[in-house]
Design a protein around this ligand. Sequence first.
Ligand code: SF4
Length: 1530
Amino acid sequence: MAGDSNVKVGTPEEAVARIAYLASDVVVSVQPSLATDSEFSSHLKRFVNRKDQSLVAKSADAVPEIHSVRHNADPLLSVFAPIRAGRLVSVTTTSSILLSSIAHLYRLASLPVVLHVALAPKSFPDYSAITSIRNSGWTFLQSESLQEAQDMALTAHALAIRSGKGVIHFFDPTSSASNVPISPEDTTVVRDILNLDNVRRFQAASIAGSGIYADDGRVALAPEQVESPPVGSRLGGVSASEVESAASKATSHTSSKTSQQSVTSSPPSVSTATTIEPAAPVVTSEHIYNYVTSIWSSLNELVGRQYNAFEWTGSAKAENCLFIFGSNTALFSEAISQAQGDDSFANAGILTARLYRPWLGAKLLEAIPKSVRRIAVLEQVSRKTTKWGPLLIDVLTSIKSSVGGVETIVGHQLGYISRDTVTQALRGIFQNLTSEKPIQNLEVGESKPPQQTSEYGLEKPKIETAYTKILDQLFGDRAFIANSLESDNAGISDTISASPAFGFGALLARKERKQKFIAEVKEAAGSGRFLTETPKRSLAKWVASNEDAKKAEQAAEDVVSKLTIDNSRLSKTLLENKQFFRKQSLWLVGSDAWSYDLGNSGVHHVLASGENVNLLIIDSTPYSERAAADANRRKKDIGLYAMNFGNAYVASTAVYSSYTQVLQAMDEADKFNGPSIVLAYLPYFGEHDSALTVLQETKKAVDLGYWPLYRWNPENENKGEPNFSLDSERIKKELKEFLDRDNKLTQLMRKDPQFGAVLSQDFGTEIRAQQKRKAKDAYNQLLEGLFGAPLTILFGSDGGNAQSLAKRLGTRGRTRGLKTTVMAMEDYPVEDLPTEENIVLITATAGQGEFPQNAKPFWDAIKDSTELDLASVKYSVMALGDSHYWPRKEDKIYYNKPGKDLDRVLSNFGAKKLTDIGLGDDQDADGYQAGYKEWESRLWEALGVANIEGLPEEPPPITNEDIKLASNYLRGTIVEGLNDKSTGAISASDGQLTKFHGTYMQDDRDIRDERKAQGLEPAYSFMIRCRLPGGVSTAKQWVQMDDISNELGNETMKLTTRQTFQFHGIVKGKLKPAMQAINRSLMTTIAACGDVNRNVMCSPLPSQSKYHREVYACSQKISDHLLPATTAYHEIWLTDDDNKKTQVAGDAVQDFEPLYGPTYLPRKFKISIAIPPHNDVDVYAHDIGLIAIKGADGHLAGFNLLAGGGMGATHNNKKTYPQVGRMFGFVKTSEVHIACEKIMLVQRDHGDRKDRKHARLKYTIDDMSVEVFKSKVEGLWGQQFEAPRAFHFDSNIDTMGWTKDETGLHHFTFFIENGRIEDTAEFQMKTGLREIAKIHKGEFRLTPNQHLILSNVADEDLPALKTLMAKYKLDNIQFSGMRLSSSACVAFPTCGLAMAESERYLPVLITKVESCLEENGLRQDSIVMRMTGCPNGCARPWLAEIAFVGKAFGAYNMYLGGGYHGQRLNKLYRSSIKEAEILEILKPMFKRYAAERDEGEKFGDWTIRAGIIKATTEGRDFHEGVAEEESDEE
Ligand code: SF4
């Protein structure tokens, strides 16, 4: 194997793994869990990663497939498909799986599979795992040392191939623990022994099989010529001919004795009985013996090590011998060899079975020296099923029936023996053996090893508990999970008690017990044995209602209290079983392993029983692996099976897709009077997968219809309701067919016609290829009539630049008389490439030198192609990138990498360059334009169309300003777009306009690729943001918002950094209802986004409610004052479709925007109000920041006004920067909205409307200077700013927990991590808050740090609220100081600008640094850490003490040195670092901070004092003196 020249092999598992790898096409690696390696799999993975090749593969460079399977997921099932396909399969496993795989073992025995079995438990293996399967028809080989493990592994493979039958190679791994490491196998020897001719013969013939569970009647047949050992070779002193004759004698001898001794002892197959096979004989034990001796003989010749069917060690004159079937043979052998002459066991011999099955009695006789009189058989078998040990019976039958000198054979049970106890054990054995009346079955050694280490536990993956937790929440004590691991099944092993079959039995027993109890109760009710009268009535009532959960619950309470009062003997007896008074919700948990053999599975049993039992089946196959898993194992659809059965409630659910649907399904299942099957999707690759992986896999599966969400209730029919409800949008073909058959689909579509369109696009239709073809052909037809040379322009675009360049190039080409075609690379049929004449590729650079999404399929198709011949094609590439994006020298290769890759590959295929690659660099003064212009002129030159006269003038590109102007005050064609049912999207220009209405179009990026692959448009949906000045909402509004998110959105809400509600996942059809619902709750969304004044923020100040009211009123006043005046919002969203009266079309209405004018503002405009000492709104970060100033009378006097703060920036563009607001001066309360207006107007007229990256107020002020800008404002206003008044800030975070305000009302600040309001199985925060809102009389305040305050709680209302808070764990604020001070923006999956994860990742990152904070005593310290997915800066990262801003997937820029109370910007510390580097940087830094900080010194201040980072004084020096200078060297 590669790189193994100096390696030594240290463990038998490694030796075995190496051989298995070399000798297999597929290795099934049985593991404790997918995330935990076995002793074999760690090696196998290493070989695969190195791409080591197998010796048996058909193609020279093939690497074997390693198929990892969990030990409790029916692992041998994975063997059938590949072995039947003519691939050599081996399995590496411990013995723990053997017994439960017995059915498979019988079927696999006639196939050349090799099982390498490490005996378990490791501390003291139980050999009964082997003896109990000894008659399954396999050949068994045993190895007892490291070297033997290598040799027997090889023998096993060679023997399987030669005999065509299964071979089990077993060994106790600890027996060889003290062996010296051995040399790795010699591959030449391996190749010789395996015999590649035999290998090819097997691989050439795939085995037809009817199915895994049907016996296909296959029996292994011997090749025409029975092999004999090479002529002249001697086997352990016996000549080849002697072997032949001995072998035949052995067979005739043994076969007449017992069928157990033949390999063909597997159950007779149908075909053996009925088919006449005149040619080759069935493989017999004789054949096996001949093959194995031939293999060993060759091995001996090649490596000089000899093996025999039975191994004898010791004197040839021994009288006594031990036949050991257990660990420690070496230990016994050593003790015997060191024995003194007077020791009873001196000179004893030892026998072991190398070839355990077929059992060749005659060979045993040959192996035993004639001198032997007594044999002690030692069996290490813990689980005894027969009186006599299996080996003892084998030995007895072989020896007693023969004529020989053996007089005594005594069986012993071998316990744990150590070096210290071996002599003592030997003495005991020999004393017994040589006594007159030896005791059979004497135990020797300790029955238990000193320390029993636990082996593969039946531990369920943590994530899998999600569903059982829900059961617990829903039904509490009523839930009874019959086969849960925690259930108490005394004396029954975990493996059995956790099995569904056991669980089902337990459920039935429990039901019977309940029936008996009911009978007892009935009898009791009629008896006179109570002391009081009342129990009788209660009991009778209970009997009548015990089947109805709700009634039973009430009746149960009554009965229990009456019985307790009665206190008679009878009462006490009944109370002993009081759990039966309540209706139990009986559940059985199964896995998708059942779906492979439905007819024999627990599913079938439950359905057929008709019992009122609920089955929860968890399917964990990841969507991305479904194809591979299904092909191998032929999974069936349990849902369909159950629906076809007819009598069951069936639901298909996925907790990571819809939590509420799971609740609904489980509740319905519980109520259904009959069997219920709830299928639950929980896909994961490894048990330690993060919730994010599970979520992403779930989304793909549900969205594309692989795992549809539905509920089927046969009882609905009686109520006149449809049986079937679809809870997701797409279904797969089989389900559609089922519904079609019953007309259910028509009913469904009639009921909800919108489903029609999606339902007809079922999962699995491969339409992408045809689509591409059709589009291209249509385009070609269009071009038909044109003259000129053809030019195909393909683009790969990320942010849109490459696409618009390509389109413009296309237009320019056409004006030059070329036949141009422009398309995204992904839409281009690659097979057409060789037929192109001229082709141009324009590509952007994504992430770390990757191709943009819409170019990936094209690149994947060509990069490894071996067939493309582009000799007649001319091409050129234009690459767009940023030479500083990855500033480290070693990362320079990423600059324009996709373009360069394309250029190289096309040239390799023989294409000729039209002109050299063009390189556009964002760092150039003109951006990529400089490189582009130069390349374009070269291109026209090369195409001979450079100097064309009279080219028409090009229309300028449409800008946002054009869109606003042409929109007729924000109307555009939004209404038409909403009515277009053919797409989930709206047009790009309407997309800009809807922002002004508070909604953005987005698409789910988690499933973007998957949908593309299916030929579907992206999963478009809308984000809606409310306008909520100061973040104050009533309790009623909270409930209304909660309803909207459940009914119209994605079941979650986000509390944003601008103190408002945001909904995600609202599909186009639900957009208008959602807007109307928001308006009904007396909120609006107008101007929540767009180039207007956005939601006005205000410190929530729970500690001073009266003062808060005064300041908050100003935020409302400013918000109202600056609202756009257009009536478009009302027309579009709030009128009914048929309300023609208020519906105003097109230009009919002339709106007027007194403040904004028809083009509104150049860019967004943000205002916030801070109430010192709290700077929780980050007052410096907004276009206008107002600092409330309290007058001497304790009332609001006015505000200090800051202007020109702003967060947005662009990576590597030094012209952009975050900025802090500059002080303009003091304004009185009555004037504040006017001052804000005037600042907005100056910005309206002077802001940059050409370059949106330079359009914010901060740039206008910086370009104009504060003085000039301020004077313009004062000029418009007619007043002057007063001198600023004194104020003081001490932090910008929220204080969690309870506060009491000056009026005596209470306020509680909840910790809502990153503002996400959602329910999970672990934490029902959303439900909890809803319950609280239902009874809360005060208000809610959303905080600027995305948390939530329960405000204005009176003393008398406290207890009820506290109870609810405790019930839903909402009173928990015990988090680290860093977590409490953290904040992240949304980013993936919905934000279109996100370059990296944020909201879903920051909590994970914090968890990883918390232990380090703890170690350094910093757990309670507030360190402000923020993260955003891009430099747009929604979570105001630039003011944090530590910030991470997304650069590419998994990579972040790190910033340090922000001021603790938001007064100072931070600065770039490291570029593009990933998690490992982040942790490497942070950990030592925290340590230093803990040791070096001054009293009360904050982290941000310390990083500056310690010289780690320079202070940023204001935005314009943000890029100065960064810690990591970008390297300019190429
Ligand atoms: S900061 Fe960027 S990634 Fe995060 S939500 Fe805002 S725009 Fe999206």
